[in-house]
Design a protein around this ligand. Structure first.
Ligand SMILES: Nc1ncnc2c1ncn2[C@@H]1O[C@H](COP(=O)(O)OP(=O)(O)OP(=O)(O)O)[C@@H](O)[C@H]1O
Length: 267
């Protein structure tokens, strides 16, 4: 089932065209990695799907229904969002921040119920942050905060999650923990993920795990290439899109095949 379907989408800031004629879809149980150089329009496209910006032309369908027919509360049951950086406001506890993901299932002034709390604790455990449940979230490191924001997306229980360079601020271990959690979500809950990333190796990570992965490469104001990581992320594409001389390495052991891009030098 197609969760996100973008058809012939174009967007412009006043006179400045950012992208044109973009087609992209994400199905249940699939990860779509949106790649492309800085400034090519990845975040702008994600912002259009989330309703922060409006396409100049084209259409977006969510779960088969035109985007424009969704009310905000319905949208929050269809798509959760993990931004690159969350701006902190008041010193809510980590538990309260995660519970905000349940707002769409609204209990009004009664506030969160037992099920909401159980889901929040479960999600915090999944991302390895349960021990911080009582801490003011303003006192978390950037990496801890990102994992808490992922937990908030999990309790929203949406079929699709949009992520905008979600691991940009995570250390080596937390990046892996984040990636493992995303892989688990797709495998166990059949969630569809659309994720902007700068790392070809993240796309390979998911493919190496046997998940269904698509890579869409943005550039020159459109989608230049689309396919599996193995098909798209070749040494030639990396050279053309990122102007990097790279080698593609293949490592095989008892756990299977692992592909990785190794950068050798900029061009
Ligand atoms: N409010 C705005 N008005 C005009 N141009 C804008 C505005 N916001 C962003 N842009 C431009 O739109 C283009 C696309 O930006 P966008 O953030 O979508 O790129 P991106 O691919 O996500 O980049 P990055 O990889 O650096 O995050 C950039 O050239 C940017 O300068």
């Amino acid at each position: 089932m197609t969760l996100i379907d973008i058809r012939n989408a174009s967007f412009a800031y006043e006179e400045k065209e950012i992208f044109n004629n973009v087609n992209l879809s994400v199905s249940k149980g699939e990860i779509c990695c949106l790649m492309g150089p800085n400034g090519c329009g990845k975040s702008t496209l994600l912002d259009c799907i989330l309703g922060f910006l409006r396409l100049s032309r084209g259409e977006i369908f969510l779960g088969g229904r035109p985007f424009l027919l969704y009310k905000i509360a319905d949208l929050a049951r269809q798509i959760a969002y993990v931004p690159q950086l969350h701006t902190r406001s008041f010193p809510y506890t980590v538990e309260q921040i995660v519970l905000m993901g349940r707002t769409t299932y609204g209990n009004g002034i009664a506030g969160p119920n037992k099920k909401d709390r159980e889901l929040a604790f479960e999600a915090l455990e999944t991302v390895g942050m349960l021990h911080l449940a009582e801490r003011p979230y303003t006192k978390l490191s950037g990496g801890e905060l990102q994992l808490v924001i992922l937990a908030r997306a999990l309790v929203q229980e949406t079929p699709a999650i949009i992520m905008d360079e979600p691991t940009a601020h995570l250390d080596f271990r937390n990046e892996l923990l984040f990636m493992e959690t995303v892989a688990k979500l797709v495998q166990q809950k059949n969630v569809g993920i659309l994720m902007a990333t700068h790392s070809p190796n993240q796309a390979f990570y998911f493919e190496n795990k046997g998940l269904s992965v698509q890579v869409s490469v943005m550039g020159n104001q459109t989608i230049l290439q689309k396919g599996t990581p193995d098909e798209v992320l070749t040494e030639e594409t990396i050279r053309k899109v990122y102007r990097i001389e790279a080698k593609r390495a293949v490592y095989q052991d008892e756990q299977g095949i692992m592909r990785q891009i190794i950068p050798r030098g900029s061009l």
